[in-house]
Design a protein around this ligand. Structure first.
Ligand code: PSV
Ligand code: MN
Ligand code: MN
Length: 388
């Protein structure tokens, strides 16, 4: 049996990047609800993200979304973040809210539109140099709604060529991560629908291009942990966008809809070396908090990932291998389930306290008065981006 004390030190290196947009107001196409205290500026989003890190010790980076987080001085934004104890992380491009991209961005058949989308990515790379960001994350809304609307094959060729131009502009320390999603906003075909398509493109680009796996971007019933195992095996899993879903791209709190799935994913991450020191896998959240408190929602999310990582580390891998090799079907399953059913909340609280953190980070944050302060100070918080 593996004990909590055997794995505790491995939890020290856990780092989960927070999305700036999680702190903004968000909603569905039906309604965006305003939440008192919502940030009005990129600085205020970063300040809220820093609170999550302060109480959990788990979230040292904040991902930016351009142009949602556009500022005039990115070096100043970086210093501002650093002063609050966090760094600026992944830069997310945005080619899905502009009239020009109605029929596609990096895949557009119109050279001027394609160039506009490429130029946006080049601007993101410039920003990354100023913010000290490692990753440029590309998620495309490109696709079609009706069979015959576009030429699926030539759009792939155009995408490959656009990505090549963007990749060539990266600095030596920078990476490109390409996210996939099987539907929405396009409903017939999406130009990067699945991990295989993303893999084909990043493999063609080179060593600093990877796949980004957003846990909410698969058809129901997809075995996501298998994709994790395969991408790790191929050396091309670059990052996770964690969230959870009941139906579509719900962007709910990671681990909320299906904690067992999160455990299975994290077990494959650990098994495949994705949690090893020096692993290329970046862990991020991609969530929105439509009806719940945002800072606490982000805290709950990183704590869920921490709890499931602890349980994944608790799997007795030697016993599992032995059972697997003996074709002991139920014995092997029991080894995995033993770890999944282990309640780590008590040991984790004690471990946090031993490191000078609050045993219950959410309670400590709530007692701090920060939320009341921002509610009083901020009026007219901004939306996360959609429908802005
Ligand atoms: C849209 O589906 C999306 O949720 C993608 O997952 C991106 O990562 C995110 O928006 C931010 O651009
Ligand atoms: Mn995502
Ligand atoms: Mn999404």
């Amino acid at each position: 049996m593996v004990q909590f004390s055997d794995i505790a030190s491995e939890l020290e290196r856990q780092a989960i990047e927070l999305p700036s947009w999680a702190f903004g107001n968000s909603g569905t196409r039906f309604k965006v609800f305003g939440t008192p205290g919502t940030p009005r500026t990129p600085e205020e989003k970063i300040a809220d993200a820093a609170q999550v890190n302060r109480y959990t010790g788990l979230a040292p980076k904040v991902a930016l979304h351009i142009p949602w987080d556009k500022v005039s001085d990115y070096s100043a934004l970086r210093s501002y973040a650093n002063d609050l104890g966090v760094e600026l992380g992944t830069v997310n491009s945005n080619t899905f809210q502009d009239e020009a991209y109605k029929f596609g961005s990096l895949t557009s058949s119109d050279p001027a539109t394609r160039q506009k989308a490429i130029d946006h990515h080049l601007e993101c790379i410039e920003i990354m140099h100023l913010t000290g960001s490692q990753d440029l994350k590309i998620w495309l809304a490109d696709g079609t709604n009706y069979p015959g609307q576009g030429d699926i094959r030539s759009r792939q060729d155009l995408l490959a060529s656009s990505l090549e131009t963007i990749y060539a502009a990266l600095g030596d320390e920078q990476r490109l991560v390409l996210e996939y999603k099987f539907f929405e906003p396009a409903f017939y075909h999406t130009d990067v629908p699945d991990w295989g398509t993303s893999y084909a493109h990043v493999a063609a680009l080179g060593d600093r291009a990877f796949v980004c796996l957003d846990t909410g971007h698969h058809a129901p019933g997809t075995n996501i942990e298998f994709i994790v195992a395969q991408l790790l095996r191929l050396g091309k899993l670059g990052s996770f966008d964690f969230n959870s879903r009941f139906y579509a791209d719900d962007d709910l709190i990671v681990g909320a809809a299906d904690p067992f799935q999160l455990f299975r994913i994290l077990y494959e991450v650990v098994r495949g070396g994705g949690y090893d020191v020096g692993s290329p896998v970046a862990f991020m959240l991609d969530q929105c908090h439509n009806v719940e408190e945002k800072i606490v929602g982000q805290m709950r999310s990183v704590l869920n990932v921490q709890e499931m990582t602890a349980r994944a580390l608790l799997v007795d891998r030697a016993a599992l291998l032995e059972a697997q090799n003996a074709n002991d079907v139920l014995g092997a399953n029991a080894v995995l389930m033993d770890a999944f059913y282990t309640d780590v909340r008590g040991p984790l609280a004690a471990w946090r306290e031993s490191r000078g953190l609050a045993g219950d980070p959410i309670a400590a944050f709530k007692a701090s008065g920060y939320q009341e302060r921002i509610v009083a100070e901020r009026a007219g918080g901004v939306q996360a981006g959609w429908g802005a």
